[in-house]
Design a binder for this molecule. Structure first.
Ligand code: SAJ
Length: 431
């Protein structure tokens, strides 16, 4: 029986390489649909916790995972030789930047070396990691297509960008449309057939290059628009205009507008990074992208702006940054996530620490963090402890914070997220 038929009967075995915030939800969706799924990860702790039915991703329901593990539809291993018995492989490994801001595709290469080693006729391979246009056809295909293996005939290869939005209570793996671009038409058909079994909407495109570019457009769109409102915040501060009121009013426009909000900078391992995959590749093709670089400069300049605003606010109370006790409220890179990667809070804290501030933070999602030589634990803020601080800086506006209490108990607040919207008090300074 051919692969398409076996996919439709849910009789194929799926391998997911990289069981992080993308791979684990995907693996669970396929397991819930009755596929036999193996998670493959180099992190022994992740493998152990999956096999114990224990979720380490906030958006993955622990009970559902345990249920599927007990049913035997999902398991995990560090041993890549399982690929010998796998029919379809989804690769969801990290794609960070090097220190030189160039793409680091070493995780993709490492995964593909294993895939190539165990490649056998009839296999489908789908790369999901966000990467520059051309990765699948220029880097991955040559690693897999050898003398006797022909793509589109002996094996199938596609790119399908992940669109996971951590902490999003509405959109998840199943109900977020999935773009799929195969190296050949048949590759697109086979990959689309697989995703159609678990994802409500599949969007086939003409090539992996188009699918890779779709993802980078999505994330560059966010980076550039966030940078624009960040610059608007700097402008409005100079001009004495409330940027938050401006954005709220502009958002009443029912067409041709989409609101973004200023903040202390951008975090996560997507928006601050993915656009630079695109600009790197564009430059290789002789094109100098300007929006991406400019957006990066503006967004990465926000932590310093926040620190200058803290200094100004303390100055009103005849206090200096040096020696002041400052509490950072919310350090995760965005609300309702337990992820510190690229969080602008780390940059703000580093700058404050260098200026001699006595730092503390509170974030129920992040129990500990290290900042250079500093090891910090999340401090409790109950029983009137907020009064101990010369300034409270809200960097991530988790919904679970009691903002009324925070205002009443604090001496001075810098709110970089308009979390206190509507609470008018002279001790509250807005970004
Ligand atoms: N941010 C702002 N102002 C805004 C929106 C976001 O300052 O108006 C900041 C956030 O605080 C955060 C950063 O930007 O630090 C990134 O925010 P994000 O909402 O883009 O969050 P991510 O990176 O977790 O998720 C995004 C997805 N988000 C949405 O579509 C809402 C989506 O772009 C991708 O699916 C995902 O990255 C990815 O994995 O690429």
């Amino acid at each position: 029986m051919d692969l398409l038929e076996r996919i439709r009967r849910h009789e194929i075995k799926l391998g997911v390489i990289g069981c992080g915030y993308v791979g684990l939800p995907l693996a669970l969706e396929f397991a819930k649909a009755g596929f036999s799924v193996v998670g493959i990860d180099t992190d022994a702790e992740k493998v152990k916790r999956i096999n114990q039915g224990e979720s380490y991703i906030l958006d993955v329901d622990g009970k559902e995972l345990k249920n599927e593990v007990e049913k035997g539809t999902i398991s995990a291993t560090e041993n890549f030789s399982v690929l010998k018995g796998i029919d379809a492989i989804s690769i969801c490994v990290p794609t960070p930047l090097r220190k030189t801001r160039d793409p680091d595709v070493s995780f993709i290469v490492a995964a593909m070396e294993k895939v190539a080693r165990y490649l056998h006729p009839g296999q489908l391979i789908v790369l999901e990691s966000t990467t520059y246009p051309g990765t699948t056809q220029e880097l991955v295909l040559p690693m897999l297509q050898r003398d006797r293996f022909k793509v589109g005939k002996d094996f199938f290869l596609a790119f399908s960008p992940e669109r996971v939005d951590p902490g999003n209570p509405v959109y998840n793996t199943k109900n977020t449309p999935k773009v799929v671009g195969g190296v050949t038409r048949r590759c697109t058909d086979v990959a689309s057939a697989l995703y159609q079994e678990v994802i409500d909407t599949v969007v086939p495109v003409s090539s992996p290059r188009v699918a890779e570019m779709v993802k980078l457009l999505e994330n560059t769109f966010r980076s550039v628009n966030i940078a624009m409102v960040n610059e608007l915040a700097l402008m409005c501060h100079k001009m004495g205009i409330d940027v938050w009121e401006v954005i709220e009013a502009a958002a009443t426009k029912p067409f041709g507008f989409m609101n973004f909000y200023p903040g202390p900078g951008i975090g996560g391992h997507c928006i601050p990074i993915d656009p630079f995959y695109l600009s790197w590749k564009a430059k290789q093709s002789g094109f100098e992208p300007r929006f991406i670089e400019l957006a990066g400069q503006i967004n990465s300049g926000m932590p310093a702006f926040v620190v200058s605003r803290v200094a100004d606010a303390l100055n009103d109370y005849k206090k200096s940054l040096n020696g002041s006790k400052i509490l950072i409220l919310g350090v995760a890179y965005k609300q309702e996530v337990n992820d510190l990667r690229e969080s602008p809070a780390l940059d703000v804290m580093e700058l404050l620490h260098r200026k001699g501030a006595q730092l503390a933070y509170h974030d129920p999602y992040i129990p500990t963090l290290s900042l250079g030589d500093l090891e910090l634990r999340s401090k409790p803020i109950d029983r009137g402890r907020l009064k101990e601080y010369d300034c409270v800086v809200i960097l991530t506006s988790h919904r679970l914070f009691d903002y009324q209490k925070i205002v009443s108990e604090s001496t001075l607040i810098l709110d970089t997220r308009n979390a206190l919207k509507g609470i008018k008090d002279k001790k509250v300074h807005l970004l």
